[in-house]
Ligand binder design. Structure first.
Ligand code: GLN
Length: 270
């Protein structure tokens, strides 16, 4: 009998160790200062979608004064914030994390930055009151605040060249900043409904290597599982090479909800 117990225990351990061979390290930048409209939900979605697939996740919170080995990180997330929250951490972000994070981004670190976080990945954010917040310049974009805020639900059609296919993202935007893209980045997609980067050129977000910045709160990733999986797949590919058996999940409900929202938004627009 004890032989059997030993055998069963052995099998359980093997099963666990097989499932846990993939491991990802996630860095969450300034979670206490930069977390509006549920942006933290993006971290929860990444972890849960990894957990469902048996991919182990380690999460590191990067607050003011933290020192981080960016070369050991797989995915970085930076949420949005009010101008005042951004002002509190911009200098620390530039000095403490800027050089090593830029190097990691150039090396293909997978990163998602939303709104205020997106702005601080660029060259600078000039707020509508005239305060110039420095960015780390990882993305070739700059942002200028305007008096009128760009607020509302948004639908974006992604650039097929970025994802290999084009799909529609839904989200919620609320920003005074107008972001303008330089030649070093390409837009994440084009705005079907809403205002996007600057309300003028029809673009939304910016992509550089494996880093995506955009204005979509929501939370973005629970509402758009295609994007969540894109980030996880890129991170696995970067760390482990071939990810052939990256298991699909049943996203029937999420995709249905996404579809309903896209249709509703397109209808309202007409
Ligand atoms: N404070 C910035 C702006 O208003 C970012 C806002 C946000 O992250 N939602 O443009």
């Amino acid at each position: 009998m004890w032989d059997n117990v030993g055998y069963i225990w052995d099998s359980v351990c093997k099963f666990e160790s097989n499932r846990m061979t993939w491991q990802l390290r996630l860095a969450h930048l300034y979670p206490d200062h930069m977390n509006i409209y549920g942006d933290r939900g993006n971290m929860i979605a990444l972890q849960q979608r990894c957990r469902w697939r048996g991919i182990a996740c380690e999460v590191v919170s990067v607050g003011p004064g933290a020192s981080v080995d960016w070369s050991a990180m797989d995915i970085a997330f930076f949420g949005g914030g009010q101008d005042s929250g951004q002002a509190l951490i911009a200098e620390d972000f530039l000095e403490r994390q800027g050089p090593a994070l830029c190097a990691a981004i150039n090396d293909g670190l997978v990163m998602l930055a939303i709104c205020g976080g997106y702005q601080l990945l660029g060259h600078y954010f000039l707020t509508h009151t005239g305060q110039r917040l420095p960015g780390i310049g990882a993305l070739d974009v700059y942002t200028v605040g305007g008096k009128e805020r760009l607020i509302g639900n948004i639908v974006v059609e992604t650039d097929a060249a970025v994802f290999g296919e084009s799909f529609r993202l839904i989200g919620f935007e609320n920003h005074s900043g107008r972001t303008y893209l330089g030649a070093g980045v390409r837009p994440l997609g084009r705005v079907l409904v809403g205002r996007g980067n600057n309300g003028e050129d029809g673009t939304e977000g910016a992509v550089y290597h494996n880093t995506i910045g955009c204005y979509l709160h929501g939370s973005l990733l629970p509402k758009n599982p295609q994007l969540a999986d894109h980030l996880i797949r890129m991170a696995l590919r970067r760390r482990y090479g071939d990810v052939g058996d990256f298991a699909p999940l049943d996203d029937t409900l999420e995709l249905r909800a996404q579809q309903v929202m896209v249709e509703r938004m397109l209808r309202v627009k007409r």
